[in-house]
Design a protein around this ligand. Structure first.
Ligand code: NAG
Ligand code: NAG
Ligand code: NAG
Ligand code: NAG
Ligand code: NAG
Ligand code: NAG
Ligand code: NAG
Ligand code: NAG
Ligand code: NAG
Ligand code: NAG
Ligand code: NAG
Length: 411
């Protein structure tokens, strides 16, 4: 039964292969694939896709902050925009052509495979339910009625996303298997309504699996990885990501020693909720442009987003850099394509470079000599959100045991 399902999936998703976990290793590996289409075949950026990133991130951070307030009874210290936040109106409908790091999990008994986006910027797991009528076509569905381990919690959920629409449904508990490790009695959101941004044409995985802390869980529940740790499915309370376009993986239960070189620079979490740590400084071609920042490390974000002051200082030291808010969208800048700057982010005293390939998102328009920069301005709060543009350049460890994020050089 299981083999049949897996080979069917291999046909559906030829680029994803399932690795049978080996019990001789401490941890297990989940290969990830990325859907990169931020630029077209001419190398020109999809402005609309880039533009949708900012409202998406704003709403995502709000979801985390509001869950934090509900779960802990206090406001998140970074939630400084709370008092003057505009009410959630309809933002323009946009396509989610960003990058998503996706891989397999299995849910239920007997186990049914799903593809999820592994997201360190949120804490809940949801999938489209069999009876989902809105925007779920083309996704695999979760049928709680067909799982002997499913239990209806009799609780609904509703999550607002950056396109102005909502994912809603009902909460169940069921068994969730990640590379052979079982999280039993795990809360799973079975969505009866998906937002436009999660329809199959815009979001290729079936669902989202949040990997941050319980404090920002909108379900006010234990996230999957925390469940695995609590249930002794893994003895090392840590997971590692390698997120390069060529070959990427999530390692559950430690870090994969074959994928990094040297030791980790460990960064203590400054506020448990998101994976939020100190960002010592930002440097451009050897010149420091900002210091003493806070950064949320988010595998579910394509870009690196910073506060406007810091991002303007960064681009103002780059000869030829231009504000691209009228061409690409608010917050974006271009740099001359032939002199992509050497930008580094310093964490724990060590400067980690962002390669020119990662920094350069693509041509601003056909025939232009200007390229869109991967660091954009978004006033989300007094913190940066550090996504793919940076994470492609390092191996990252997320440790829930000692609440640290570690970065090491890729090998
Ligand atoms: C998204 O990517 C597809 C190609 O995969 C492209 O045809 C489409 O125009 C893009 N949409 C946006 C809004 O950028
Ligand atoms: C599951 O079974 C219940 C009770 O028979 C039914 O109301 C519900 O619609 C079913 N759900 C799905 C997803 O089939
Ligand atoms: C959950 O939502 C459904 C559909 O909107 C509604 O019928 C049901 O009463 C809600 N259940 C709870 C516990 O709020
Ligand atoms: C997970 O559960 C399955 C049955 O659902 C079982 O065969 C397997 O051994 C379990 N794995 C672990 C690591 O406990
Ligand atoms: C399963 O989870 C539910 C809700 O989180 C809880 O009420 C129940 O006690 C749990 N059951 C077990 C066996 O842990
Ligand atoms: C996990 O291991 C710890 C320490 O060995 C033990 O106290 C705890 O009961 C175990 N938990 C489960 C769910 O087996
Ligand atoms: C942090 O976690 C790692 C791996 O789980 C462990 O080897 C290390 O000793 C821990 N460090 C501290 C200070 O607890
Ligand atoms: C760094 O920022 C924090 C909070 O934003 C502030 O309390 C602290 O004084 C700053 N440190 C320096 C050296 O500027
Ligand atoms: C950047 O640093 C170099 C020396 O490393 C200096 O010559 C240059 O003026 C600086 N540029 C800016 C804009 O500060
Ligand atoms: C970036 O660094 C490389 C290697 O150190 C150097 O060749 C290149 O000129 C630098 N780029 C800029 C824009 O300074
Ligand atoms: C690992 O780092 C060492 C020291 O920096 C370097 O000499 C070596 O080439 C690196 N190995 C790989 C595979 O990158």
């Amino acid at each position: 039964m299981r083999l049949a399902l897996l080979s069917l999936l291999a046909i559906l998703e030829p680029s994803l292969s399932y690795v049978v976990p080996s019990k001789t290793h401490v941890g297990v590996t989940i290969p990830l694939v990325k859907r990169t289409n931020l630029r077209d075949e001419r190398g020109v950026v999809y402005a609309q896709a880039l533009n949708s990133e900012l409202p998406k991130m704003e709403r995502k951070m709000q979801r985390g902050f509001s869950a934090f307030r509900k779960n802990t009874g206090v406001s998140h210290p970074s939630d400084i925009k709370r008092l003057f936040r505009r009410s959630p109106g309809a933002l323009p409908l946009t396509d989610d052509n960003g990058s998503l790091w996706q891989g397999f999990i299995e849910v239920g008994t007997p186990p049914v495979p799903f593809i999820v986006d592994f997201d360190t910027g949120s804490s809940d797991l949801f999938l489209p339910a069999t009876d989902c009528q809105i925007n779920c076509r083309g996704h695999r569905r979760y049928n709680a009625n067909a799982s002997t381990t499913a239990q209806d919690l009799g609780r609904n959920f509703s999550l607002a996303f950056g396109d102005g629409s909502t994912v809603r449904g009902e909460q169940f508990v069921d068994t969730v298997i990640i590379a052979g490790l079982n999280a039993t009695n795990q809360t799973v959101g079975a969505a009866t309504e998906y937002s436009t941004g999660f329809s199959a044409s815009q979001f290729s995985p079936d669902g989202l699996l949040g990997m941050a802390f319980p404090q920002i869980s909108a379900f006010n529940t234990t996230p999957v990885f925390h469940t695995l740790v609590t249930q002794n499915q893994t003895t090392i309370p840590e997971f590692g990501f390698k997120l390069t376009p060529e070959d990427s993986e999530l390692f559950v239960g430690g870090t994969n020693p074959n994928l990094f070189n040297g030791s980790f620079v460990q960064n203590p979490i400054t506020q448990v909720g998101f994976w939020q740590i100190a960002l010592d400084s930002v440097d451009v071609n050897g010149n420091t442009t900002s210091t003493n920042l806070s950064a949320i490390i988010d595998t579910g974000t394509t870009l690196v987003l910073g506060d406007t002051d810091s991002v303007v200082s960064l681009y103002s030291t780059i000869p030829g850099a231009q504000d691209a808010s009228n061409i690409v969208g608010p917050g974006f800048f271009t740099v001359p394509c032939d002199t992509i700057p050497n930008v580094t982010l310093t964490f724990g005293g060590k400067a980690f470079p962002i390669s020119a390939e990662s920094f350069n998102l693509g041509l601003v328009s056909q025939g232009s000599t200007d390229c869109v920069g991967g660091i954009a301005a978004a006033d989300l709060g007094n913190f940066w959100v550090v996504g793919d543009v940076f994470l492609q350049n390092v191996y990252t460890s997320f440790n829930v045991g000692n609440s640290t994020v570690g970065f090491a050089d890729l090998s």
